[in-house]
Design a protein around this ligand. Structure first.
Ligand SMILES: Cc1cc2nc3c(=O)[nH]c(=O)nc-3n(C[C@H](O)[C@H](O)[C@H](O)COP(=O)(O)OP(=O)(O)OC[C@H]3O[C@@H](n4cnc5c(N)ncnc54)[C@H](O)[C@@H]3O)c2cc1C
Length: 511
């Protein structure tokens, strides 16, 4: 026996697939698995957490739960911002995080990604193995399980669209009318009888139709069999820059100028093919307790005029602002820059989050409202209103081509506040709810679609949109998230989850 054959024998024994784990509350691992969620406000108490390794195991775990009448929830990366997974009613929590393989599938001419993989793992493997990527979110610990089903966008969206714009197929465990689970592959192929199930997973939201076990990614229209030509190539380097204003230097006029300039710039520079398509930024409107307002930007560092474009962008946002900004700039290899996690909030792990699409920048009244809340020296939560660049290639897709209909916005807002002390939940929730209601006072407390707003993003789920106390617009939460695509999602629900096995506080219902 050669040394190699010995090693091979050891290797094949080591990769034997484990059986599905059933972790009950007496198991020391239970606490880790039930408190995996990003938002410390929510920790579930399921009877068991089922850690799964294969699609067949998911089928069998779902069958067991359905036969036992136990409510199911699925967790991938655990970044759900509201309590959809850690709902006290959930009895079986299926944790897919150990299903995290990423590889090229020559038979489908597409990249296979298991649903438990994190974005960072996907970016790393696709890039190091094939030199390609998918244009997903900016947080490397987000899981693809929830991210892709909700639409998924990030730093490359202006150049390459949303992650779902590159979703070719998926495998999902569904439950039929007789209560029997089975795995189905649904593709974007026009003749595929399961195509509607694929479509519902291009922005319809997680936890609605079944348990996704695998995705396959390939850019529409990509030809050939060379994997390196089937998904976008990221830039080799990123030029990153920041401008930081201290609250101690900012007054209302300066704050307004920054937000107004930023909105106007995005309104003017978000067409597909703009010289700024390779630029992405987040304007972080931190509150006084955090101490700064920060514009954090990146651009394709290989562009001939990358530094000039970046400087002109920062200058445009800072125009007329009297307060000094500390500027910094650095160039990094793409993967190194992309794998940095900017979202570690330390002990401040309880959060309330809300979302909104902006077709243009906020108006002066909205900016004044934000200033009033964020400058409040009496508010001790760590609040950031994050304005992410959107548009570009993401806006070239028809509203009904994917389930994510918002295809002419220029910014996405994520309203956040974080705190540490559970006894203060009510105060922080009230603060965030009031801020959002007041910013959208003209449209019933929520971003009803009009010339300026285009509803909200299901990957920033917010149960308040379904609460008439906070949504006084008369527009249903389903319309705020899905617009005209909702009836089609309902038809998919009726066809593929007729018994509503997969449900949560913001799930699609059949009728
Ligand atoms: C710090 C942070 C940064 C973020 N940054 C971005 C960003 O840059 N861009 C962006 O688009 N979004 C971003 N998001 C939002 C993110 O896309 C969503 O929170 C996403 O749903 C998280 O997916 P997950 O698998 O990590 O979460 P989970 O909590 O595991 O799941 C979220 C939802 O999807 C369901 N789900 C999970 N796995 C499956 C599965 N296998 N099958 C069916 N349903 C499933 C869950 O049941 C739940 O309803 C961010 C969120 C956070 C907290």
């Amino acid at each position: 026996m050669t040394d190699d054959s010995v090693n091979n024998a050891v290797d094949s024994a080591a990769v034997r697939t484990p059986s599905a784990r059933a972790i009950a509350s007496t198991d020391p691992r239970y606490l880790d698995l039930t408190s995996r969620g990003y938002n410390g406000r929510f920790v579930g108490r399921p009877d068991t957490v089922r850690v799964v390794y294969t699609t067949a195991q998911v089928v069998s775990v779902v069958n067991e739960a359905v036969q036992g009448g136990r409510q199911i929830a699925v967790r991938s990366g655990g970044h759900c911002l509201d309590g959809l997974v850690d709902d006290p009613a959930v009895r079986t929590l299926i944790d897919v995080s150990e299903m995290n393989a990423v590889s090229y599938d020559p038979a489908r001419r597409a990249f296979m990604v298991e649903a438990g993989a994190t974005l960072g793992h996907v970016y790393r493997t696709l890039y190091l193995d094939y030199g390609v990527t998918v244009p997903g979110g900016t947080c490397p610990t987000v899981g693809v399980g929830g991210h892709v089903t909700g639409g998924g966008y990030g730093a490359l969206c202006r150049a390459h669209g949303a992650i779902v714009d590159h979703l070719y197929a998926l495998e999902v465990v569904v439950v039929d009318a007789s209560g029997t689970a089975r795995a189905v592959v649904a593709t974007s192929d026009p003749g595929d009888p399961n195509r509607e199930l694929w479509w519902a997973h291009t922005g319809g939201g997680g936890g609605n139709f079944g348990v996704v076990t695998r995705y396959w990614f390939r850019t529409p229209g990509a030809t050939g069999t060379d994997p390196s030509g089937l998904l976008p190539k990221p830039p080799a380097t990123l030029l990153k820059a920041a401008a930081v204003w201290k609250w101690s230097d900012l007054n209302a006029a300066d704050f307004a100028a920054v937000v107004r300039n930023h909105g106007a710039w995005h309104t003017a520079n978000s067409a597909d093919g703009s010289p700024y398509a390779g630029l992405h930024s987040v304007l972080i409107l931190g509150n006084a307790a955090l101490g700064t307002v920060t514009l954090s930007a990146q651009i394709d560092g290989t562009l001939p005029d990358a530094a000039g474009l970046m400087t002109r962008y920062l200058d445009a946002v800072a125009a007329g602002v009297q307060a000094p900004a500390a500027r910094s700039q650095s160039t990094s290899p793409w993967l190194k820059a992309t794998l940095k996690d900017p979202y570690d909030t330390g002990a401040f792990n309880r959060t309330k989050s809300k979302g909104a699409y902006l077709r243009r920048g906020w108006d002066d009244g909205q900016i004044a409202t934000l200033y009033r809340y964020l400058s409040d020296p009496g508010y001790d939560g760590h609040s950031s209103i994050l304005l992410y660049s959107y548009g570009g290639r993401a806006n070239t897709v028809a509203p009904d081509a994917t389930a994510m209909p918002q295809r002419d916005s220029v910014l996405k807002a994520n309203f956040t506040t974080y705190w540490a002390d559970p006894s203060q939940d009510a105060r922080h929730l009230a603060w965030m709810r009031s801020l959002y209601r007041d910013v959208y006072a003209a449209t019933g407390g929520v971003p009803v679609s009009n010339a300026a707003n285009d509803g909200s993003y299901i990957n920033y789920p917010d149960v308040d949109l379904a609460d008439p106390q906070w949504n006084t617009s008369g527009v249903a939460w389903q319309t705020l998230y899905y617009k005209d695509n909702y009836p089609r999602l309902q038809r998919v629900k009726a066809a593929w989850d007729p018994n509503n096995v997969f449900h949560h506080a913001l799930s699609v219902t059949a009728g």
